[in-house]
Design a protein around this ligand. Structure first.
Ligand code: PMV
Length: 297
């Protein structure tokens, strides 16, 4: 029987979280750990084997939405696995959604553009999660680093080098849906975040790391004002800066998950130690990874 395997990358939000839910831009980068989806036609009833995933709804909804749109209904065995824990907030749900839709399109030989994959994937996220800008779906599809506006109104790949990023996990899983739902929208803060995003876009493309780091720290300050940071994330960011990072911020919804720091190469080790001293766990990943793709079987 026919078998297809695909993979899609996780993501890290570099700038603009929360504001991007309200029609503002953000900058997201894809990362080296990936999720994998394997699809095989079978005789018996369809089933999903996803040992690392607590919630298989993203896979189920992806299949439903795809099958309804293209009037397809083969019996399939779908297996998923992941290079990374879903605890980190690296976007495993969106990467699984994208890898599933892409695998289905290859299995059934339905040609889809990136934008069409995005529309299907974003629909899945809205149905399962109810809220979200779709930035993580875009990162899983396009890969690299993207300037992104809510709902995919703009998806602009940025031509930048890999960044000297340090990622510190706070040890706490963020509840993204509730953080988004409970956020008191402050459009003055969002306007300031937008200025940071626009400036970061220019500085990233020019390779101005020092300035980009400063913008990260400013973005973190506005996230503090929005009330989504935690003492631990603040401490990890401060420690990173004190030990030589250009700047640091929380990444994603806040309330836990990870912080990111940008540092000169000769300071990477001391920044890592400072984050560990604050109780953080260093996660070793690269950014700017390739978007969704077919894997050899
Ligand atoms: O918690 P994460 O890493 O999924 O990031 C959420 C980012 C938000 O801007 C708060 C929500 C969104 O969908 O854009």
């Amino acid at each position: 029987m026919k078998k297809i395997k695909t993979s899609a990358p996780g993501k890290l939000m570099l700038f603009g979280e929360h504001a991007v839910v309200y029609d503002y831009p953000c900058i997201v980068t894809s990362i080296s750990p990936r999720v994998y989806v394997e699809i095989e036609g079978i005789k018996e009833r369809s089933r999903i084997e996803a040992p690392q995933v607590k919630n298989t709804q993203f896979v189920e909804r992806s299949i439903d939405i795809f099958n309804k749109k293209y009037h397809l209904s083969d019996n399939l065995l779908i297996r998923t696995y992941s290079d990374f824990s879903s605890q980190y907030g690296f976007g495993s749900s969106s990467a699984i959604t994208v890898a599933t839709i892409y695998a289905l399109s290859k299995y059934y030989k339905v040609e889809l553009t990136n934008k069409e994959i995005f529309e299907l994937g974003f629909k899945v996220v809205k149905q399962v999660q109810g809220v979200g800008s779709g930035f993580d779906i875009a990162a899983a599809i396009y890969g690299g680093t993207l300037y992104f506006v809510t709902g995919g109104k703009v998806i602009e790949p940025l031509s930048i080098d890999k960044l000297p990023l340090i990622i510190g996990y706070s040890g706490i899983k963020a509840d993204t849906s509730n953080l988004i739902k409970n956020l008191k929208a402050d459009f003055n803060i969002f306007d300031n975040i937008k200025k940071i995003v626009e400036s970061a876009k220019l500085n990233l493309v020019k390779g101005e790391l020092e300035k980009t780091g400063e913008l990260m720290s400013q973005n973190h300050m506005y996230l503090q004002q929005l009330g989504v940071s935690t003492k631990k994330l603040d401490n990890m960011c401060l420690a990173a800066i004190s030990s030589g990072a250009y700047g640091a911020k929380l990444s994603g919804a806040g309330g836990g998950d990870c912080m990111i720091a940008l540092a000169p190469l000769d300071k990477m080790k001391s920044v890592e130690s400072a984050i560990i001293n604050m109780g953080g766990e260093i996660i070793d990943v690269n950014n700017n990874s390739q978007g969704v793709k077919l894997e050899n079987i």
